[in-house]
Design a protein around this ligand. Structure first.
Ligand code: ASP
Length: 614
């Protein structure tokens, strides 16, 4: 090794020892005839002093070096003089008195400061990701990621699971997201698809008698990268045989509680994790991934519509919709601009408007006077009726009531958006809390109006409720499934399901999805065949590794916890991927590009979405 110690490892007890260090110049200061260098490596920082008389050659070298030069330094560890200790730094009690130093490599001036957490635009960060990784934030995140993944592996191993690798070159699937395709050289005109997840493989492993499988698995989906999706991401992929839904939820809950204790003991983690059905979550929070760190629970107010003269409410109910709302404690203090902003949020979520009601004063709503009720809709109900509506939501004087009317799918979206906005505006979500919960009983199918067919809400291997099988043909929309999600703080962390293990049920589900017997055999013949040979009951789940690390790192965006992520336009500004390939490579895989069509396509894509890169 070119060093005897890590920079960040040195403590008072090393005083008197001669050490050899190697690392980067984090910062250099010339001070009172001395040169000070903070030397950095992966273990941290230490201050090195260069004295012009005691080590003239080292002093001369140190006077020349700049940020991010790579140095090797031999010197003696000394206690710092009284009053110059730095208690913010783990090595702050000592410094290294340099005797010799050599420059292992020079550095150009970095395009952004490595030694500060300044805001740098993402394109530049990704273009020079290796410099970004030297910065404290990214270095910490990547180390945390290692600890999370290692913990997951150890935990699964201790629970009797074994890690099995599954193929990356696969048969394309007709369902789900768009596949990344890989052309075959030896089968002209044929393509592999990169796995969107190892779903089929892990089920086949269950048939193969490996009844507890996991894998830290890379998944590839060619989706539009809205939000913080990545074209490739990592899952802790899990499958078990001979289990029921609760076994998998229990396992997942144990994993996350233990993981938090290991990598995020500073977080408050309410447990046991609440288990809500999809229906209950939609009813109470308007979302299948509600943030449970705050209340703002939605209530059904339809019964009150008939008590007033408000057409917006009565018409919604007549049209098969409902009136729903929630109370914002203390919200009577919101001014007109804030209320207008909330109305805009409601409209953006699909509402034609938002009904807000403010109740002035303090204490319960009983006997409230008309003067204390402020709302554009105030006149449509008597003060008593408004009081009853408010009471149904737990409203007090001093609070604000937000109400939406319409079909459930609209009011849910609107009220979910309002809950999130109000919580953000009023800082209701404690950043130190991780509010995990399971959402269960997802519907099996949703109607895809664009393509006029049913599609699977989770995926087509998910088991419907056996009691609901008779509904498959008659009323697919009301079939419940054994699909479940783990959510936390308003985000989906994991999804999974109990699977179909009967060939017959699988065929019925495929038929509901509109696949003919021939198509089913062509695309899923291997699964249907496997189900003929004693497939055990099985199920699984797949927690998102990136999302999990981001949660414990306190990062919003998963790109902050991936060493080399792609931009929102799925490109890598450092290497330039994706990029055209040589004509010869294309010929090898029997692909000929239509240059004219490409030009038209590129122009159209750039017109719709100028390549900002970000
Ligand atoms: N393969 C599923 C997914 O990627 C997870 C699962 O059902 O286990 O969403």
């Amino acid at each position: 090794m070119l060093k005897t110690h890590g920079c960040g490892e040195l403590r008072a007890e090393h005083a008197g020892q001669t050490v050899t260090l190697a690392g980067w110049v984090h910062r250099r200061r010339d001070h009172g005839g001395l040169v000070f260098i903070d030397l950095r490596d992966s273990t941290g920082l230490v201050q090195v002093v260069f004295h012009p008389d005691r080590a003239p050659a080292a002093f001369a070298t140190a006077s020349e070096v700049r940020s991010e030069f790579v140095l090797q330094i031999v010197g003696e560890v000394q206690p710092r003089r009284d009053g110059t200790e730095n208690t913010d730094l783990p090595t702050g009690a000592i410094e290294v008195q340099a005797a010799r130093t050599s420059v292992l490599n020079a550095s150009d001036t970095p395009p952004f400061p490595v030694n500060q957490d300044t805001n740098v635009d993402e394109l530049t960060r990704l273009r020079y990701r290796y410099l970004d990784l030297r910065r404290e934030r990214m270095a910490g995140n990547i180390r945390l990621r290692h600890r999370v993944v290692k913990f997951m592996r150890d935990f699964m191993d201790a629970e009797g699971f074994i890690e099995v690798e599954t193929p990356v070159l696969n048969l394309a699937t007709p369902e789900g997201a768009r596949d990344y395709l890989v052309p075959s050289r030896v089968h002209p005109g044929s393509f592999y698809a990169l796995p969107q997840s190892p779903q089929q493989w892990k089920q086949l492993l269950m048939v193969g008698g490996i009844d507890r499988y996991f894998q830290i698995a890379r998944c590839y989906r060619d989706e539009d990268l809205r939000g913080d999706r990545q074209p490739e991401f990592t899952q802790l992929d899990v499958e078990m045989a001979f289990v029921e839904e609760s076994d998998i939820l229990d396992l997942t809950e144990r994993l996350y509680i233990a993981l938090a204790a290991a990598v995020g003991p500073e977080f408050n983690l309410p447990s046991p994790f609440p288990r809500l059905t999809y229906g209950e979550a939609m009813e109470r929070f308007g979302s299948d991934k509600p943030d449970l760190r705050y209340g703002l629970e939605i209530r059904n107010l339809s019964e009150f519509a008939a008590q007033g003269e408000f057409r917006v409410f009565t018409q919604a109910v007549e049209a098969g919709g409902r009136v729903r709302g929630f109370s914002v404690p203390g919200g009577a203090d919101l001014g007109r601009r804030a209320l207008d902003a909330l109305t805009e949020v409601a409209k953006a979520a699909g509402a034609s408007g938002l009904v807000w009601v403010q109740f002035a004063g303090e204490g319960p709503l009983d006997g409230i006077a008309a003067d204390d009720i402020k709302s554009p809709a105030a006149r449509f109900f008597t003060p008593e009726a408004w009081a009853s509506i408010g009471q149904a939501c737990g409203t007090q004087r001093g609070d604000l009531l937000l109400i939406a009317a319409g079909l459930d799918e609209v009011t849910s979206k609107v009220l979910d958006a309002l809950r999130r906005q109000v919580a953000e505006d009023r800082a209701l979500a404690d950043p130190a809390t991780l509010a995990f919960a399971f959402i269960t009983e997802f519907p099996m199918f949703e109607y895809d109006a664009e393509n006029e067919r049913w599609s699977a809400v989770h995926h087509l291997f998910t088991s419907p409720f056996m009691d609901d099988l008779p509904l498959l043909a008659r009323d697919p929309g009301s079939v419940r499934s054994h699909a479940y999600d783990l959510i936390c703080n308003g985000q989906e962390i994991a999804s999974g399901s109990i699977r179909i293990h009967s060939r017959d049920v699988q065929l019925q589900v495929l038929a509901t999805l509109g696949l003919s017997l021939d198509e089913a055999r062509e695309k899923f013949g291997h699964m249907l065949e496997a189900f003929r040979f004693g497939a055990p009951p099985h199920g699984g789940i797949a927690p998102g590794v990136d999302r999990t690390v981001a949660l414990f790192a306190g990062e919003r965006d998963i790109r902050e916890v991936i060493a080399f992520p792609k931009t929102k336009s799925a490109s890598d500004p450092m290497t330039g991927a994706p990029a055209p390939v040589a004509e010869r490579q294309l010929r090898d895989v029997h692909i000929r590009l239509d240059e004219e069509a490409l030009e038209v396509l590129t122009a159209a894509i750039h017109a719709a979405d100028p390549p900002s890169g970000g």
